[in-house]
Design a protein around this ligand. Structure first.
Ligand SMILES: Nc1ncnc2c1ncn2[C@@H]1O[C@H](COP(=O)(O)OP(=O)(O)OP(=O)(O)O)[C@@H](O)[C@H]1O
Length: 248
């Protein structure tokens, strides 16, 4: 689905990403973890087509990525909902902008509201919702466009532990049922392990691939309780220590 070939990124004269090559398969769920400032958000913005690498190439479905795609959705920790619009209106906004017919977008919006358990708040305004509900609305607004690529930038970091657990499990279910390609940037090792079929550990700035891990417990319904989960969690912790050690 996405291939980056030897990409580098400079801001002013500072090298942020260096010679980064990576392939993400269609339907894969990849978690990206790494030290603060190593360029995770910048890499996600490159995948979204929002910024161009200074050198190297980036392809989505074998086509050079030159601008944002309509079927890529980026979800960050700032929900970016319009406060003067209801939940229903916020969710159908992208369809409205794309001039999808009212009859078609009503049905799609209703189906998405049901999928994310938001029917009871559909007439409320964002300020009347909890953080978890607002994040669910942001996810619904992304899903209503039936994206083939979902990018999450620390999307759950400001949520309480119970809401985060619930949303993580909803997303995992969504990934397993829709097979949308998903990329999660996170600081949280447990989140990376729960949501990533594969986990990419980045080096310190300038960021590049330090190591990737295949996650054997991803498809285990009780992943968080499994021995494999705890073993890989320790391995990831150790690898992040190595990353920091290499930088000193
Ligand atoms: N628009 C910009 N102009 C100049 N420098 C920038 C810009 N955006 C990001 N940077 C710098 O690029 C580096 C990487 O930032 P980025 O947000 O991609 O890292 P990150 O790994 O996501 O960080 P964190 O984990 O702390 O969120 C940082 O040093 C940051 O200060």
């Amino acid at each position: 689905m996405i291939t980056s070939e030897n990409i580098s990124l400079y801001y002013n004269n500072t090298e942020i990403l260096s010679d980064l090559s990576l392939h993400i398969n269609a339907h894969e769920s990849l978690a990206i973890i790494g030290p603060s400032g190593c360029g995770k958000t910048s890499l996600l913005h490159i995948f979204a087509g929002l910024i161009k690498p200074t050198s190297g190439s980036i392809f989505v479905n074998h086509t050079p990525l030159l601008k944002p795609r309509r079927t890529t959705a980026l979800i960050s920790q700032h929900y970016s909902l319009l406060p003067w619009k209801t939940v229903f209106e916020n969710i159908c906004l992208p369809l409205h902008i794309q001039k999808v017919k009212r009859s078609a977008f009503d049905a799609r919006t209703k189906a998405t509201l049901t999928m994310l358990g938001l029917n009871h708040v559909k007439s409320k305004y964002p300020t009347e919702l909890s953080g978890g509900e607002q994040q669910r609305v942001a996810i619904a607004r992304a899903l209503v466009q039936t994206p083939d690529l979902l990018l999450f930038d620390e999307a759950f970091s400001s949520l309480d532990a119970i809401t985060r657990d619930r949303l993580q499990s909803e997303l995992k279910h969504l990934h397993q049922s829709t097979k949308t390609t998903m990329i999660f940037v996170t600081h949280d090792i447990e989140e990376a392990l729960y949501l990533g079929e594969r986990i990419l550990v980045m080096s310190t700035q300038p960021g590049t691939v330090f190591k990737t891990f295949v996650n054997p417990s991803y498809h285990n319904p009780d992943a968080k309780m499994s021995q494999g989960f705890h073993q890989l969690s320790n391995q990831l912790r150790q690898t992040l220590n190595e990353v920091m050690h290499d930088a000193n």
